[in-house]
Write a protein that binds this ligand. Structure first.
Ligand code: PTJ
Length: 256
């Protein structure tokens, strides 16, 4: 067990330090992979470029994501170690609100980690968690990481999959099998961000409340209206706007 950090509430970076502590605790409990700590650091660096806030293109993408989840026949939320450690309650609330299945899908898959992620979701109120143990018996073709192992009742038969902070290959493989992929990734240049159908360039701790609020808001709409919202969304254009936002922000900061 590592040293526990006491974070003074008035510390200017208290929230960020708390998130780090949650991930460290998650790693000690076997939820988060060691590489997950590195991934988080990379995410923090990109978050700085955004000003650690939700920027307009991310809000627009979160609304389109909500529309696509509501239009889906079989939506699935894929859960990895970092997502489970940072936002377990929000993942469960979103799965209930849509409704969508929750499936454990790990790059560094081990039986212990599968169970640890499942148990954190159950503790947060999930009734059913797919993709654990033998139930991950189907395979995504042409994908060679452990992420290829999926549940036939979940990701394998899904039409829309939400993949929070992800490594590159799977998005492409999921798309090859005809699925619509929503990614949450602070790095707008990552392969995941570049290949998803909808990319929310935001911290998962801010993106999930935004998707949840949009789902609650859009639920009352007819399918045709949801399709209009989705039809107005263009991921390429939205990613360009994200990169331009960062460029303009850095230009303004460099003039100050
Ligand atoms: O739990 P596992 O075994 O499935 O492994 C999970 C990790 C994250 C270790 C695995 O998927 C991995 O290695 O991912 P990468 O290739 O490091 O990519 C993670 C991406 O997520 C990077 O582009 C980061 O910028 C981004 N990221 C990190 N933290 C956040 C984030 N995006 C949104 N919110 C965050 N909090």
């Amino acid at each position: 067990m590592g040293i526990r950090l006491k974070i003074p509430r008035i510390h200017p970076r208290a929230d960020s330090l708390k998130k780090r502590e949650e991930l460290i605790k998650g790693e000690e409990k076997g939820v988060v992979a060691k590489a997950g700590l590195i991934a988080h650091g990379r995410g923090e660096a990109f978050d700085y470029l955004l000003g650690e806030k939700t920027i307009p293109p991310a809000l627009f993408a979160a609304r389109a994501a909500a529309a696509s989840l509501l239009l889906a026949e079989h939506p699935v939320i894929s859960v990895n170690g970092n997502a489970a450690a940072l936002v377990p309650d929000l993942l469960v609330r979103l799965s209930k609100s849509v409704p969508a299945d929750l499936e454990v899908n790990l790059f560094y898959r081990s039986r212990r980690r599968e169970e640890a992620v499942k148990s954190i979701l159950i503790k947060a109120g999930a009734k059913k968690v797919l993709g654990v143990g033998r139930s991950a018996s189907a395979r995504i073709p042409e994908l060679f990481s452990e992420r290829r192992k999926v549940d036939p009742r979940g990701i394998y038969s899904a039409d829309v999959v939400l993949v929070p902070l992800e490594d590159g290959d799977r998005t492409l493989s999921l798309k090859r099998t005809g699925k619509f992929v929503i990614a949450i990734d602070l790095n707008p240049l990552s392969r995941t961000a570049q290949t998803a159908d909808i990319t929310i360039v935001d911290n998962i701790v801010r993106a999930l409340p935004n998707i949840l609020a949009a789902v609650e808001d859009l639920k009352r709409l007819e399918k045709a209206e949801l399709k209009l919202i989705l039809g107005r969304f263009d991921n390429r254009r939205n990613l360009s706007e994200t990169i331009l936002y960062i460029r303009e922000r850095l230009a303004a900061l460099s003039r100050e």
